[in-house]
Design a protein around this ligand. Structure first.
Ligand SMILES: Cc1cc2nc3c(=O)[nH]c(=O)nc-3n(C[C@H](O)[C@H](O)[C@H](O)COP(=O)(O)OP(=O)(O)OC[C@H]3O[C@@H](n4cnc5c(N)ncnc54)[C@H](O)[C@@H]3O)c2cc1C
Length: 501
């Protein structure tokens, strides 16, 4: 049999996505199956933002056998239970999107149907009152979920806030231990096969040529291989997501760290606040149609909790994705594959999910187009589902009389999102399948947070006397409050378990 395996993988870029890819591939293909080389340029540098994650990151750490406490200490991380959305529905209203479920099933019917009945009658508390995780976050507390808990009240998940630059540095050490060869230099030329157009090698500024069979493009927004070389094309989604800039600026912490990311809706977009152990990450994502850069910087600066620790950095982006994220022998990951604003902290998740999909569809040197097409379909569908979830945050707002918010509330939306909303209104259920990262609980958080009600709850709920349903819900809310009272503050939990030395 002809030896057809890929023997040389070249990862272009040493930001978060480059090092995540190099580590994961080196971990999977050990014993010299393939050689992995990563090229990074100190002259170009990394984007250096990207500090909030979703729980899926824990699987990445586990696969690499990374100890969570070691990871936290090396990246100045804090825990994240939820995102607090403040002012999104309208000014003064806030709600959480937790990594958790609500209440507990009663007679095998999901909790939210009981809540929807009482909510229609105006006797339910806000949905967050029935979520342990939202309440822990609201009180700036933290505890690890207990394994093997039979009650849904206790099943919650968590992610991290971390320093992006430290994360890449941490992964670099791990990658090098796993055998990744690191080359420092700037690529100035890309060599392609004359007939097929496949990338054969990249050339560095000092003339060295690095050849490969599979290239992972992690070169950031420009997409050095996927776009500048292969001209794959970009699907632009900015008519649905008009924010096209962010200004980022870290500041000193003056408060004990929250166990949630804060997303505050402001005049032409939204502001993030991400607490780390040593500082707070801040940024304002805005639409240049509705705000100048100067105004954005002014607004962000006025909203910092402590002294700024760096000059404001304005970053421009176009929301969308490459028409193919795997083209010929180039797979694009991270910013080179496309971009969705960090409202739900999904970029690093998408990097991870693309690495998993690549490993599942790993090619040999024949590059079977079936694998490529499957990979592209999966990545596209996943990204479109995330896109719809993000669009919903804007579209559902009730901030009447503000030009940016009026524009996004009255825009047309993708049919797939329209269908999701309609289905919920009619059935009280969320349309979903395996390619959805955000499932029922996440959509319920949004529907409830924006005050969108379903016309129907499950008819079997009417089997129970209303007073009994009310009593069940009150019991759940009360037991959550009691559980939260006994927990340590997030600051104390970090101090006692994983503080940076
Ligand atoms: C404002 C903002 C906020 C964000 N917030 C979040 C968040 O909260 N959560 C989240 O999950 N994600 C977030 N992201 C996304 C996250 O930052 C990125 O997904 C992540 O950092 C990955 O970036 P990257 O590695 O793809 O690119 P980069 O960090 O840009 O790295 C590119 C690499 O390519 C190298 N390179 C480029 N050109 C060459 C060349 N010619 N030769 C050699 N090397 C080259 C560079 O040196 C660098 O090492 C955010 C992004 C932005 C813009």
């Amino acid at each position: 049999m002809v030896e057809n395996r890929i023997k040389k993988i070249v990862v272009v870029g040493g930001g978060t996505s480059g090092w995540m890819a190099a580590c994961a591939l080196a971990n999977r293909f050990q014993n010299n199956y393939t050689e992995i080389t990563l090229i990074e340029s100190a002259d170009i540098g990394t984007i250096g933002v990207g500090e909030a994650t979703v729980p899926y990151i824990k699987e990445f750490l586990q696969d690499l056998k990374i100890d969570e406490v070691d990871f936290i200490k090396n990246t100045n991380a804090t825990y994240k239970l939820a995102i607090e959305f403040d002012g999104w529905q309208k000014q003064g209203v806030s709600f959480y999107h937790p990594f958790a479920g609500y209440g507990a099933r009663i007679a095998r019917i999901p909790f939210h149907h009981y809540w929807m009945k009482l909510n229609q009658k105006g006797t339910a508390k806000p949905l967050d009152a029935y979520c342990l995780s939202s309440q822990i976050a609201h009180h700036k507390k933290f505890a690890l979920p207990k394994p093997n808990n039979e009650v849904e009240l206790s099943t919650f998940n968590y992610a991290f806030h971390f320093d992006a630059a430290l994360f890449a540095k941490y992964l670099k050490t791990i990658g090098e231990k796993l055998g990744v060869k690191r080359i420092e230099g700037t690529i100035t030329h890309v060599k392609q096969h004359a007939d097929s157009g496949f990338v054969e090698a990249v050339e560095l500024d000092e003339g060295t040529e690095i050849a490969g069979e599979l290239f992972i493009d992690c070169s950031g927004f420009k997409g050095l291989l996927i776009e500048e070389t292969l001209q794959t094309g970009y699907e632009d989604w900015s008519h649905w997501l008009p924010c096209d800039r962010a200004v980022a600026m870290p500041c000193a912490s003056t408060q004990s760290p929250a166990s949630s990311t804060r997303s505050l809706a402001v005049e032409a977009g939204w502001q993030w606040r991400i607490p780390l152990q040593h500082r707070v990450g801040n940024g304002y994502v805005y639409s240049s149609q509705f705000s100048s850069d100067e105004r954005a910087i002014e607004l962000l600066t006025a909203n910092l909790e402590g002294d700024s620790l760096a000059e404001p950095k304005v970053i421009k982006f176009v929301t969308g994705m490459r028409k193919k994220t795997w083209n010929k022998n180039v797979v694009a990951l991270g910013l080179s594959s496309g971009f969705l604003e960090p409202l739900e902290s999904t970029s690093i998740y998408m990097v991870q999910s693309a690495i998993d999909a690549l490993i599942n569809h790993f090619p040999n040197r024949n590059f079977d187009s079936y694998l490529t097409d499957k990979f592209n379909d999966v990545m596209k569908t996943r990204q479109q589902r995330l896109r719809d979830f993000i669009i919903f945050h804007y579209y559902a707002n009730k901030r009447h009389g503000e030009p940016f918010w009026d524009a996004v509330r009255t825009m047309s939306i993708p049919d797939s999102l329209q269908e999701k909303i309609e289905s919920f209104r009619h059935t009280g259920q969320v349309l979903q399948d395996d390619l959805d990262f955000f499932r029922t609980n996440s959509w319920l958080a949004m529907f409830a947070g924006f005050g969108i009600q379903s016309e129907r709850y499950h008819p079997a709920v009417d089997n129970f006397a209303e007073a009994n349903v009310q009593q069940e819900l009150d019991t759940i809310a009360n037991s959550i409050q009691r559980a939260v009272q006994g927990l340590p503050s997030h600051a104390d939990f970090i101090r006692n378990n994983c503080a940076v030395d």
